[in-house]
Design a protein around this ligand. Structure first.
Ligand code: NDP
Length: 449
């Protein structure tokens, strides 16, 4: 395994996020190879860590000043063993091939855990929608789709949203796809309700994280009632995780964005949450504006070069990192343990560094890894695809109940797989093993392609 990893590192030495994701997976699936010697003979690791297809393209567009801008677009079609490629698009200046490959790699196993027939992919661009007018975002999305449309389709590859890609961007992308192909199909998920979207899709990732965490607590005869929770981020996943925690009787005290975080000791209630939604989704403002409206809260700027994030130093019972990868490091994990946190459940993809996960493990903190805990987003995307194929729409209660069942199921799958390999209660090992075995067996069934 070390040889395989060093070959991957030598081949693409700059892809550190991708190496991190592959390294974690290799460590966790080691025992599976002892039981299945054919996996080694068939070189499944080498095959699974190599994308089936990588698409990189130029995205030229014109800004409001008439200046031509050039961004880079990506789509990594990682694995289609169990279904068409499925995974979001991210628009953020940090996007590069390493980040898209790591997200696509993790997406393969996440999608496998949902039990829905979806392969894994991911894409995006280094375009920054922040501060851009609607017209600029529309022109960018149209040019992006003018290339992407030839690689995707409802039975081939079905993108969705991610950081920087919400309802507005999905609308512009869908409009251009429809014009180019002259067809109205479920080629993107996260669509608006009036033209093919599913109820509960916007809420799904955040609700799903909390449903998963509630299962983790229930396995220890506990609930969210009265528990204090730290949440990072203030976007789609963070907002809906907060909403569901409030529904279940918990107390959310933080939100953040890339500039800083707010701490509201009184707790963020439904009214304050509605303010954050309006601020972030409509006004596209900054989280510091929260304290102008609610002066009882405190805003702290976060230095991008910090060695720890003060958000994670507050006393709490639970923590849910819902912003971005590697946002919670070993020091943060130590601070969480000191502050009394006993459950960490990841809303974002790979937000905890390997050092942080080591600290959780050492101190017996319940740890729900993103690839299991945040699978609710893609699961409801899968349900959106099913509704689009049938040309009908399920009621809200039905989709929500299906989401809840899927999260409950993923929780059991993780625990069962971990127990089967003697790692009782290790959700990370369980998620990696269960997701991996299913995809690998499908690949073996389909021959060397
Ligand atoms: P949004 O764009 O809606 O929100 C992202 C939030 O994270 C914003 O508050 C943003 O702050 C903050 N953030 C982004 N990058 C950084 C950074 N480098 N440092 C600090 N803060 C940052 O995205 P989502 O809520 O959709 O996604 C959040 C995470 O959840 C991502 O890891 C995504 O991959 C994952 N995820 C999303 C799913 C979905 O369905 N949307 C499904 C499963 C996982 P700012 O506004 O300043 O940029």
């Amino acid at each position: 395994m070390e040889n395989i990893l060093s070959t991957i590192v030598q081949r693409d030495p700059h892809e550190k996020e991708f190496h991190q994701a592959v390294r974690e997976m290799l460590q966790m699936v080691r025992p599976v190879f002892e039981r299945n010697p054919e996996y080694r003979r068939e070189a499944v690791l080498e095959r699974i860590a190599e994308p089936e297809r990588v698409i990189m393209f130029r995205v030229p567009w014109m800004d409001d000043q008439g200046q031509v801008q050039v961004n880079r677009g990506y789509r990594v079609e990682m694995n289609s063993a169990i279904g068409p490629y499925k995974g979001g698009l991210r628009f953020h200046p940090s996007v590069n091939l390493s980040i898209v490959k790591f997200l696509a790699f993790d997406q393969v196993f996440k999608n496998s855990l949902t039990t829905l027939p979806m392969g894994g992919g991911k894409g995006g661009s280094d375009f920054n929608p922040k501060g851009r007018s609607d017209g600029e975002v529309m022109r960018f999305c149209q040019t992006f789709m003018a290339e992407l449309f030839r690689h995707i389709g409802p039975d081939t590859d079905i993108p969705a949203g991610d950081i920087g890609v919400g309802a507005r961007e999905i609308g512009y992308l869908f409009g251009m796809y429809k014009k180019l192909r002259n067809e109205f199909t479920g080629v993107l998920t996260g669509k608006s309700l009036d033209w093919g979207g599913s109820l509960v899709r916007p809420e799904a990732a955040g609700y799903g994280v909390v449903y998963f965490a509630a299962e983790m607590l229930a396995a220890r005869s506990e609930t969210f009632e009265g528990k204090t929770c730290l949440i990072s981020g203030a976007g789609n996943v963070a907002q809906h995780a907060a909403e569901k925690i409030i529904d279940l009787g918990g107390r959310v005290v933080t939100f953040s964005d890339s500039s800083g975080y707010i701490f509201d000791e009184q707790g963020i209630d439904r009214e304050k949450l509605a303010f954050v939604r309006h601020l972030k989704n409509i006004l596209r403002g900054r989280i510091r504006e929260y304290v102008e409206k609610y002066p009882g809260a405190v805003y702290t700027e976060i230095d991008p070069d910090r060695d720890h994030n003060p958000l994670w130093s507050h006393a709490a019972d639970c923590a849910m990192p819902c912003a971005t990868e590697n946002e919670l490091n070993e020091k943060d994990a130590v601070n969480l343990v000191r502050g009394g946190v006993r459950l960490v459940c990841e809303g974002a993809n790979m937000p905890s560094t390997p050092g942080a996960i080591g600290v959780f493990d050492e101190h017996g903190v319940l740890f729900g890894p993103g690839k299991a805990a945040n699978a609710g987003g893609v699961a409801v995307s899968g349900l959106e695809m099913a509704q689009n194929s049938m040309r009908l729409r399920w009621p809200k209660e039905e989709v929500d109940e299906r989401l809840r069942q899927i999260m409950k199921n993923i929780h059991s799958i993780c625990l069962d797989a971990a127990a089967e390999y003697g790692m009782e209660g290790n959700y990370l090992a369980g998620a990696d093993i269960a997701g991996f075995v299913k995809v690998v067996n499908a690949m073996l069934d389909q021959g060397l392609v």
